[in-house]
Write a protein that binds this ligand. Sequence first.
Ligand code: DGY
Length: 538
Amino acid sequence: MYEFSSLSMDVDKPCLCFDDDDDDDDDDGMNDRGELCRKIGFTTWLPVRTPRQHYLVRGNIRPKLSGQKLQTRYPQEPLKSLDTLVSRSTQNKTDRWIFHRISFQPQNPGGLPVRVHRVTPYDSHQKNRNLKKGPMLRKRFALSRLLSTLRRMAKPMAIEVYNPNGKYRIISTKPMPGTRWINLLTDHDCRLEICHQKKTILSVEDIISLIGNRCDGVIGQLTEDWGETLFAALRKAGGKAFSNMAVGYNNVDVDAATKYGIAVGNTPGVLTETTAELAASLSLAASRRIVEADGFMRAGLYDGWLPHLFVGNLLKGQTVGVIGAGRIGSAYARMMVEGFKMNLIYYDLYQATRLEKFVTAYGEFLKANGEQPVTWKRASSMEEVLSAADVISLHPVLDKTTFHLVNKESLSLMKKEAILVNCSRGPVIDEAALVEHLKQNPMFRVGLDVFEEEPYMKPGLAEMKNAIVVPHIASASKWTREGMATLAALNVLGGVKGYPIWGDPNRVDPFLNEDATPPSACPSIVNSKALGLPVSKL
Ligand code: DGY
């Protein structure tokens, strides 16, 4: 499983920003600016538009993910978070500024930049950066003051505190579903602080300020960038444990955590069926064109039954393909085989013996009842699954080997009317290639829960009628989300108290039983071996 965590962008060369009050002169304005930009030697531009302003930003804009750089040119949306800053600065009647190196959270359009390293008036840049005293300098100082204020404002403020006199200070960077996790912590002498900051994704700076000088453990989210900086800060504050409220932890630099002696928890064992159910829902919705048909009804376009209206695919007797037949992939395969009598083809490095046995037994049952038996096949390559299956669901872990696993070439192997579902991690699919494929093949359909550069979609995807898109909700059932919260809290509690590690992180039922005290163990710590933590005998 893979998820972009805190995705920060560096405009690592000077940016040029223009004020523009005139809405109507887009083209001329852009040309003038283009001309000016050429004169001062900037060559590549990303125009960002708002109703009142255009900003031309120079620089190679690259998303950074745990030190990796992807060669992706960003859509316009992320830069919108500059608007607030620039429109405030232009209130000072200064119309050109150069922003040197800006890091910010694109997931929070309209939010404040996390960091602007230096801002200088455009004229100073032009005049050999030889700005001395005078109005421009005053404006520059005024702007720096404004920036410091903005930076301060970007810090989280809304904190809800439970059990203020608790001995261990635990932070949760977000409110989480249910109350059991709260009670479990407060019953065990924890002072719990829940951040209610409205911002969807907290920046590293936000979390550092939450951690403060003393903090024993943090429950964090998969959207946050848990790397060296945060683990160093947590360690400095006396912290011992961190848990993602997720089974996937690609937002976490586990080596960095280990280096600082911090246990990293995740939440396996409660997402399997919920995630598989969403993959099955997307498969059904895509095969029967449910979202398209719903839109049609709501638009008042239905004026009577027609033989060709929203004709889709019958699943029964077709082949379901699963790439990655681990827990979730196998659960999905069972649902599709058992529920819709589909044949199975799967690709996995490991043999899914239990799944094979299940399909065999079910096939025999159908046969004994006079029905066509279902079959299974373990493919020798992913390509074999892609070309043979009618519905394909992706369930691999995201790593270097599975990045853009589905790309232009692999899409071309698939049937023209195939259905592709992705509830794993967005970058498993080359989304731009997928958009092209959807355009070329109107009967090819996709159901996507995850996106390559979340929360954004690649240009064109939102317009595709043959794509169903939902906002990373595969684990969003009440039972699962409450279970995830409980497991994350118990990971942190156990880490802080020095509990041993639960023997099988996939069998976590004893931690979820509301009527019993959970075992004194950490349900799932991914770096327990590296940290040499003892295994529970329970
Ligand atoms: C996870 O836990 O990794 C899921 O993606 C959350 O839905």
